[in-house]
Design a protein around this ligand. Structure first.
Ligand code: HEM
Length: 418
């Protein structure tokens, strides 16, 4: 007798579900297992057809089921891109102001904890990924160590008692203890959040390292949400005459970006060979399409015309439209405060230092991203249809607060600016 494959299991489960089509009873586990076993790029036609039928009967109110199916079927629909690859429709409202379900730092911690759990489970259970592509013990130890250090910085509920130094000592983490610690995180998580995190893992292929890639990108996207909130708050406080509040919001944003930089160290443990292989199927999805990143940039200051008319903003048409409709930014609020002499010399000094700190953090982020990208793709083009690393070379010269560079903020002076 032949054993049922995960795809057979999902076909039977979804076909069975279609009889009553109760959204709460949708067999998410079976569908997800099948997607993770084949990779979204290789979803068999029979499975995408049955998922599509589920989508047709899915009531409008069943937002999670609809988002899950839309993400799963993005390639079949010809809609595949960064948002659907990262399953952002399942994650982003968890941290959306004004009533986020959990804090940004907590979601990042949970995403990282999940990536670590996957690393541990790969050794224990040997999941369906191609085994020759799994990291060796040295890489895995490094990965767990960086992950633990990140968890230390983010502390999702339950990690307060994690003795990171002891668990991640130089000879490699104490795996059984670490497993126990990560296990103990699971029950403390809000079941809605846990389900969203689980459903948001829809790789395009079957290589082990794509799991890490997705979780790191999702973590950064979550951090970008905090940058948008922080910079919007700073602009509004400056407009309302509260420079101290603006300084605090700007400093908070810079801290978020700095704290996240270990995510790049974690991602740098990814195998270049594996990345280049699964990247064959991510074409059309690139973080150049990240709306939050470009929103953050526009809240700092309108980009120069050459950047506004470049692939940077062609890739995020809705942000370009919003920015044209509401061009207000920290830069404009700052210039009008200067014009009306709204702050004392001490307040200006604090504000300038906070702006320079955020500029510096962002420059550092771009430089780290650039060197990782160069190592991973060499001279290949980007998956977002740019020329690749030469595009990123140009981005290094951009500054968030470029309009303030000449007169007020030397840190923000762009190369070539008079
Ligand atoms: C293996 C790792 C990575 C590689 C090889 C890589 C490569 C690239 C490339 C080539 C571009 C240019 C656009 C294009 O795709 O054609 C780009 C843009 C970008 N990447 Fe990455 N990236 C990596 C990781 C990340 C991560 C983890 C993030 C965090 C979200 C990220 C955020 C961005 C952003 C925001 C842009 C747009 C920059 C701009 O338009 O100013 N990248 N990346």
């Amino acid at each position: 007798m032949t054993r049922d494959t995960p795809v057979d299991g999902a076909l039977a489960a979804v076909n069975g579900w279609l009889r009553d089509a109760e959204p709460e009873l949708f067999p998410f586990d079976a569908a997800l297992r099948a997607i993770q076993t084949t990779g979204k790029h290789f979803l068999p036609g029979s499975l995408s057809a049955v998922l599509d039928r589920a989508r047709v009967v899915c009531p409008d109110g069943a937002a999670v089921l609809r988002a899950f199916l839309d993400c799963a079927l993005d390639k079949k629909d010809g809609r595949y891109g960064y948002r659907s690859y990262l399953c952002l429709p399942l994650l982003e409202d968890l941290v959306r102001p004004p009533r986020p379900r959990i804090a940004v730092t907590e979601l990042v911690g949970l995403l990282v904890a999940d990536a670590l759990r996957y690393e541990l489970a790969a050794d224990r259970d040997g999941p369906a990924t191609l085994p020759e592509e799994r990291p060796d013990a040295a890489v895995r130890h490094k990965r767990l160590r960086y992950g633990l250090r990140l968890l230390n910085g983010y502390a999702p509920a339950g990690t307060e008692d994690l003795d990171v130094d002891r668990l991640s000592h130089a000879d490699g983490p104490d795996v059984p203890e670490l497993e126990k610690a990560l296990e103990s995180l699971a029950p403390s998580v809000d079941p809605v959040v846990a389900q969203r995190i689980e459903l948001s893992m829809q790789p395009v292929y079957v290589l082990h390292d794509e799991y890490l890639f997705l979780r790191v990108l999702q973590s950064y996207e979550t951090v970008f949400t905090a940058l948008v909130s922080g910079t919007r708050e700073a602009r509004d406080l400056l407009r309302r005459g509260h420079p101290e509040g603006a300084v605090a919001a700007l400093t908070g944003a810079a801290e978020q970006l700095d704290r996240a930089s270990l995510l790049f160290s974690l991602l740098a443990t990814m195998s270049i060979g594996a990345f280049r292989r699964f990247r064959e199927y991510t074409e059309g999805s690139s973080a150049i399409q990240s709306e939050q990143y470009k929103r953050f940039e526009c809240l700092c200051g309108s980009p120069r015309e050459d950047r506004r008319l470049s692939p940077a903003f062609d890739s995020v048409p809705s942000v370009a439209e919003q920015a044209a409709a509401d061009p207000d930014s920290i830069t404009l609020a700052y210039l009008s405060a200067r014009e009306s002499r709204a702050c004392t010399p001490r307040q200006w000094a604090a504000l300038d230092a906070a702006l320079a700190r955020l500029e510096h953090s962002h420059q550092h982020w771009k430089a780290t991203h650039h060197s990782l990208a160069a190592r991973m793709i060499g001279d290949a083009p980007g998956s977002g249809y740019t020329v690749g690393v030469p595009y990123l070379d140009d981005c290094l010269g951009n500054r968030l607060f470029w309009r303030l560079g000449e007169q007020y903020l030397p840190m923000s002076k762009e190369p070539g600016q008079p």
